[in-house]
Design a protein around this ligand. Structure first.
Ligand code: CO
Length: 151
């Protein structure tokens, strides 16, 4: 495993649409492991592949309830709405208020290529929305109702 460099806002890679992963090979497994290590090292709760410079539809999330790895994630249902604070490892030193659903149902593939489904509420739902947005070149700052400068 290795810590990868996190791409920051202003880099074009964060604005591009990521590609569907067709084959889960050793490179993808290594990427999943590196992404989790990089996220934990940075004390983040989620990371998307474009944030380490790769336009692949892969996210990792850990909101303190265990690591989630998801390949080709898709939100298939959502409910509710809540305006809450959000931040991103690619936008250091800032946070902002974003409106997100309070519930999402997400499907995708695990590292074995098996179809998996998650039902997420509140903080985890927000994390899924934020990370999946990255795969379409969307940053939370695009959706923020207001931005706060931290420190
Ligand atoms: Co982010």
């Amino acid at each position: 495993m290795a810590i990868r460099n996190i791409v920051k806002i202003g880099d074009e890679v964060l604005r591009k649409k990521s590609k569907i992963v067709e084959t889960i090979d050793n490179k993808i497994i290594t990427l999943l492991e590196d992404m989790a290590e990089t996220m934990h090292e940075s004390k983040g709760v989620g990371l998307a592949a474009p944030q380490v410079g790769l336009l692949k539809r892969i996210i990792v999330i850990d909101v303190g309830e265990g690591l989630i790895e998801l390949i080709n994630p898709e939100i298939i249902d959502s409910e509710g709405s809540k305006k809450e604070d959000e931040a991103c490892l690619s936008v250091p030193g800032k946070s902002g208020i974003v409106e997100r659903p309070t519930y999402v149902k997400v499907t995708g593939l695990n590292r074995k290529g098996q179809k998996v489904q998650y039902e997420a509420h509140d903080f985890l739902a927000k994390a899924f929305c934020h990370e999946i947005d990255h795969l379409d070149g969307i940053l939370y700052v695009d959706k923020a109702i207001e931005m706060d400068e931290e420190e």
